[in-house]
Design a protein around this ligand. Structure first.
Ligand code: SF4
Ligand code: SF4
Length: 445
């Protein structure tokens, strides 16, 4: 069986990010395969530890993906501050006799080093076109956990677990391996947090992750971590402003200094994204919003809103508002050029992670979150059918059925983009609907 089918059968999706089904990335040919191990969101500690603990497995999974797409070069991108991990990776590459094919390339400790467009530029000096994907310039990008999942799939292990960090204003930050579908609330108990209701919880990294409306959901394949902060923390207040309020404040307070544009990572790569222009148009009640189509070039990295803007208003939120309106009206940005060059000042406008962490008020929480080797066991999981880009998976089990960990329980709808789903614990299926499958340890009642 070829690797693409193995990956498809194992239900692998991009671990972190939007959850693009990995088998669909392995269909085309590419010149480079890149391992995104930048983990540029502050406080998250998954990828750096996986590479330290499972270097050979990750490199072999990465190599296999590279060979599948016919890549002539495989490059691992990891921040230069992780010197110990870089040494471990280089030793593993040598031990596996892969020095001709796999290279480790250290990255500066800047945000957002892990943005796919930024990563591709740093490694190849090629710029992914506006609205394009890395394949447009001959690159396929996967992350470390995805490479580990590919290695596991080659060894007949489908995706049943995910790794995530619990960090923030808590005593003992920790990284856990947990079954997909684990109740999120239970993780906080495992992390020793007693007063969870006094916290606001960010789903994912502090820059791009949203504040959760409630914590009664379930872990999915792309969960990377949860950041716990007190409800009156600066970042929580910034992130919980409604789009309506963000729009009103931005309209009245923008001083058109254009710092948001000057530091925008996509603008710096030569794209036409210019958030200060979006802010300017807010003052007018424009009926024709087709001129605002540049908002679609925004990757929502939040640099403009959480780092650049001197008056703490909301250029990213304004982009989100316009993106929604454009989608409703079926308007799509038409690129005006195909070749891009970075802005001349780019090298001087990269954002050091340390400064970002200070600006976010997270410096007291920038600590290790060691992986707990005592594997978390869940007695109940609720596995979402939609945890990836594409159509939701279709259940193939019924309530009352006994299932084993790793057993296929939902499939990709015919002729669709999607991902297979497997039971993440041994148990009995207690609920099946189009949204999720619940499994519990013990008898069906
Ligand atoms: S969130 Fe802001 S800085 Fe980031 S891409 Fe969008 S406009 Fe640029
Ligand atoms: S940085 Fe803030 S004040 Fe300056 S142009 Fe952008 S949104 Fe306006």
């Amino acid at each position: 069986m070829d690797l693409q089918q193995i990956v498809k059968d194992a239900g692998i999706v991009g671990a972190g990010g939007a959850g693009f089904p990995t088998h669909a990335k392995l269909t085309e040919k590419a010149e480079y395969i890149l391992l995104n191990a930048a983990e540029c969101e502050p406080l998250l500690r998954v990828d750096q530890q996986l590479m330290e603990i499972y270097p050979k497995e990750i490199i072999l999974g990465f190599e296999a993906a590279g060979k599948q797409v016919g890549a002539s070069q495989a490059i691992i991108g990891i921040k230069n501050k992780h010197k110990k991990v870089i040494k471990i990776l280089n030793e593993a590459i040598e031990a596996l006799n892969l020095t001709e094919y796999v290279k480790v390339t250290p990255l500066e400790d800047v945000y957002p080093a892990g943005d796919e467009h930024v990563l591709v530029y740093e490694f190849t000096k090629k710029i992914v076109p506006e609205l394009g994907i890395p394949l447009r310039v001959g690159c396929v990008v996967i992350n470390s956990e995805t490479a580990l999942n590919i290695y596991n799939a080659i060894n007949q292990l489908p995706v049943t677990d995910t790794y995530l960090t619990i960090a923030g204003d808590i005593e003992n930050p920790v990284t856990l391996k947990v079954p997909v579908g684990t109740p999120i609330r239970a993780l906080f108990e495992k992390a020793g947090i007693k007063d969870i209701d006094s916290y606001a919880v960010i789903d994912g990294g502090p820059m791009m992750g949203p504040v959760m409306e409630n914590i009664d959901g379930f872990v999915n394949k792309k969960s990377k971590g949860y950041i716990l902060l007190k409800k009156d923390h600066f970042l929580i207040k910034r992130k919980t402003v409604s789009l309506e309020r963000a729009s009103v404040v931005s309209r009245t307070a923008c001083e058109q200094c254009r710092m948001c544009t000057d530091l925008c990572p996509r603008y710096l790569l030569g794209h036409n994204m210019q958030p200060h222009k979006m802010m300017r148009t807010l003052g007018y009640q424009l009926k024709d919003i087709s001129e605002q189509d540049i908002s679609q070039l925004c990757c929502e990295c939040n640099v403009c809103e959480l780092f650049a803007c001197p008056v703490n208003i909301h250029p990213r939120a304004v982009n989100v508002i316009y993106k929604k309106k454009l989608q409703e009206q079926g308007i799509r940005y038409e690129p005006i050029k195909t070749e891009f060059t970075p802005r001349v000042a780019r090298d001087f406008r990269l954002i050091p992670t340390k400064r970002l962490i200070f600006k976010l008020g997270l410096h007291d929480y920038d600590r290790p979150a060691p992986l707990d080797f005592d594997e978390y066991k869940s007695s109940y999981v609720e596995i979402p059918m939609s945890q990836h880009i594409g159509r939701p998976s279709q259940p193939i089990v019924s309530a009352g059925e006994q299932v084993k960990k790793g057993q296929l329980i939902a499939v990709i709808p015919e002729n669709s983009l999607g991902a297979a789903i497997h039971a993440s614990i041994d148990g009995v299926v207690v609920k099946v609907d189009e949204k999720s499958i619940a499994i519990k340890v013990g008898d069906y009642e």
